[in-house]
Ligand binder design. Sequence first.
Ligand code: GLP
Length: 241
Amino acid sequence: MKIIKAKDYNDMSRKAANIISAQVIMKPDCVLGLATGSTPIGTYKQLIEWYEKGDLDFGDVTTVNLDEYRGLPRENDQSYFYFMNHNLFDYVNVNPERTHLPNGMNPDADAECKRYEEVIRSTGGVDLQLLGLGHNGHIGFNEPGEAFETETHCVDLTERTIEANKRFFASIDDVPKQAYTMGIKTIMMAKKILVVVSGEDKAETVKNAFFGPVTPQVPASILQMHPDVTIVADEAALSKC
Ligand code: GLP
């Protein structure tokens, strides 16, 4: 595990974007695993800036996203489909046929998870998977206590996650209670993993995930076992390590 200390959120975003850019430059037809949440927004902004300057080309890149809410239409501004378009895809030259997310509107959970797992496999494998970190140590939507060996599956979100996400919805009743997510096994199959973390409120989580025991109670702790993980965290997020 390599830990890169950033000064603050902007520095974290720039350093993470550098790693993604290096991947795209070295392998223009690479497969990027992408994440949502507030943490990677600055990273995507930086990538857009470099794309606009002509330094990056996403024309041959394939993307697979980690997760999507179940039952939320793609047009809903809280869907991860909407998030990806508005924070990255609309501003760079990705080929829409090569950008993939789970389809939250497929009511058949088993069929959707199977389909998505096959989509990931058909890309030939994720070269670089970007991850944020939930406050309870979740990655994607793999909540504490889930088995490490799961592939893409449907999860019931924990109360803490629903609570954390309610700020984005009109009321807590509107927050979806389930999601389709790549499993820990799917995530661990990526060749390289890049984790972005910012802020003091994640300091305890960082300590538990990367300096504590490997346990399903802290899903991100499994990343300690991956051969190629880089964590880009700001000083505040590293303040308890
Ligand atoms: C959601 C996403 C995760 C993300 C997490 C943290 O639960 N499914 O992929 O890492 O939020 O989000 P934030 O970066 O806003 O703290």
